[in-house]
Ligand binder design. Structure first.
Ligand SMILES: [Ca+2]
Length: 582
């Protein structure tokens, strides 16, 4: 689905199984879905929220094929997760698209709205009962004059330079409209480098091809180093350099997140396929296009004008020497990884910087999380998730079989089918990637990867087992609001314990590695489990006030019995399927 971030009327899309053989059985109210993919990956989704296990390829090597048969592995059904719930406290009512912590170890963050304003905010202590301090009338940086703000357009990302304290450099990624903004001008992403003619692209959603652009710009908060942090509330940063400007073919799927690599200090820029159903021009697999790619650029060393021209760069930056395709002229040198549809919510694991996880929004069937490696091809638009994507309207259909055999895709490590979060096999879904949780606030969440769906309000935790294997099992989490939340959480009708978050736009992380959910209804922090009466054996109860009336959770033995029944059903089905296929 598209990510309609501002205007978000969920629309329906028909689920269709593509090459998936779908079995559905219903036993005593529990729906069991078994998808068997021709690429030898299999998902089993147990529809009552206990467990979803995905087989996948890690680092380009399919680890789940054994003689062509499907294999169920790393299924954590027999055990119980340390906690199946997440406790939130609401610390503000504002709606933001991106959060980034000041790189000074403080409790300050920048929060950016899609409309183009950035505020410096001070976070309260967890459990203090206090709210976030943010002066709406006093933005740190106001880009609303430059930003084109509409459904998927806007201010999409912000990032501090790792040495911001010394150099005052910060970066913003946004969209602009060349018709209304004099500073909005750049090459079209559909160009002669790969035989793309923008005049042949259909106009979509009121805009001409390459009327709208993606921009990365650098700003300077000069004087930051000279002033104590307490005076940073308003430094009036000025744009000092246009890093990159690129015209967009359509009006959707242009990612826009920016991140500095924690180890290499390079800027990663997430770019989608540019929009239109099924990536009809095959931009994501086009080696000479920056669309559908994760880009990695050096903003500390700007190439000479000659080098920029010779390399065909899109602005003022240089190419890191160890980018994967610096020696391969078939590829644009900015490309770090390719084959994405609309990456949304990428993060580096704070304790393992080589773990770079990126959610990628799916088309009609599958939402995915990828473990991104240098030079990897993540499949779109030949694959959606782990299954072949076919669209008869696409340019690539005729030669897709050739591409499939030559591309060696890396399949997602986590994800969900659209039908899993919709009551029927239709409906919208759009993944919001999050973080490996590395805070001590919820010890039972430590080391698990959090992600969510934009529309459904579903939040999952992925647990890697064994460590560093790239194999994840995932749990749909029960989400509750702390009884002492600083701002009262609005509730879904009839379920007073469940907070109504609205649309989950993004996750954020502060310097303590606390994780925040940025939703249309406000800003929420993951709090101590006991504040929601969740039982986490690892939580130090002596440091927390005892919950007044613990709510018993479903017993482990009950879950174990239910899991055992499901395991038997799974095995029975596998044997039946295997036998019938022989
Ligand atoms: Ca993919």
């Amino acid at each position: 689905m598209c990510r309609l971030l501002h205007v978000v009327p969920p629309s329906s899309n028909p689920y269709f199984a593509q090459d998936v053989i779908l079995f559905q059985q219903s036993y005593t109210g529990l729906d069991l879905y078994l998808g068997w993919y021709p690429i030898c990956a299999m998902t089993i989704a147990l529809k009552f929220g206990i467990n979803v296990t995905m087989s996948h390829a890690f680092g380009g090597v399919n680890t789940t094929c054994f003689g062509g048969g499907p294999v169920l592995k790393h299924n954590n059904i027999p055990g119980t997760p340390p906690s199946s719930g997440v406790c939130l406290e609401k610390i503000g009512n504002g709606s933001y698209l991106d959060m980034t912590a000041l790189p000074d170890g403080s409790n300050r963050v920048l929060l950016a709205s899609q409309s183009g304003k950035i505020w410096l905010a001070t976070l309260p202590e967890e459990g203090s009962g206090k709210v976030m301090v943010l002066d709406e009338s006093n933005p740190f940086l106001d880009l609303t004059d430059q930003v084109h703000f509409d459904s998927e357009f806007g201010l999409m990302g912000i990032a501090f330079h790792p040495k911001f304290e010394q150099n005052g450099r910060l970066f913003a990624s946004y969209n602009c409209d060349k018709v209304t903004s004099p500073t909005c001008s750049g090459r079209c992403s559909c160009n002669s480098d790969f035989g793309c003619d923008p005049s042949l692209l259909p106009s979509k959603d009121g805009g001409q091809p390459c009327q709208f652009h993606s921009v990365v710009a650098e700003y300077s908060a000069n004087g930051t180093a000279l002033q104590p942090p307490s005076t940073w509330m308003r430094l009036l940063p000025q744009e000092v350099r246009r890093i990159l400007t690129m015209g967009l073919p359509y009006s959707a799927h242009h990612g826009g997140q920016i991140l500095f690599g924690p180890e290499d200090g390079y800027l990663y820029f997430m770019m989608g396929d540019g929009g239109s159903k099924g990536d009809p021009q095959n931009f994501s697999q086009e080696k000479q296009s920056l669309l559908g790619k994760i880009l990695r650029i050096d903003v500390d060393n700007v190439a000479s004008a000659k080098a920029i021209n010779d390399l065909g760069l899109w602005g003022n930056y240089s190419i890191p020497r160890d980018n994967p395709f610096t020696e391969n002229k078939d590829f644009k040198p900015e490309i770090w990884a390719m084959g994405f549809r609309n990456p949304w919510g990428c993060s580096f694991d704070a304790t393992r910087p080589s773990y770079f996880l990126c959610a990628d929004v799916g088309e009609e069937m599958f939402e995915e999380v990828n473990l991104v490696s240098k030079g990897g091809n993540y499949g779109w638009r030949v694959y959606e998730g782990p299954s072949v994507y076919n669209d008869t309207n696409s340019k690539v259909t005729a030669n897709s079989s050739t591409m499939k055999s030559s591309m060696n895709p890396i399949f997602p490590v986590m994800g969900y089918n659209h039908y899993e979060i919709n009551k029927v096999k239709t409906g919208s879904a759009s993944i919001t990637g999050g973080y490996f949780y590395r805070s001590t606030t919820d010890p039972c969440m430590y080391g698990r990867y959090l992600y969510a769906d934009l529309y459904g309000g579903n939040v999952w935790a992925g647990t890697e087992n064994p460590d560093d294997s790239g194999h994840f099992s995932t749990n749909l989490l029960e989400v509750k609001c702390a009884h002492d939340s600083p701002v009262a959480c609005s509730s879904d009708a009839g379920t007073s314990a469940l907070p109504s978050l609205g649309y989950i736009f993004s996750f954020g992380e502060d310097n303590r590695k606390d994780v925040f959910i940025l939703a249309s209804n406000g800003v929420y922090r993951i709090a101590h489990p006991s504040r929601c009466n969740f039982v986490c054996p690892k939580e130090n109860a002596t440091l927390r006030a005892a919950p007044s009336s613990p709510i018993p959770r479903s017993s482990a033995s009950g879950q174990g019995l239910r899991s055992s029944i499901i395991m038997q059903l799974v095995l029975f089905l596998l044997i039946t399927i295997r036998m019938s296929s022989l």
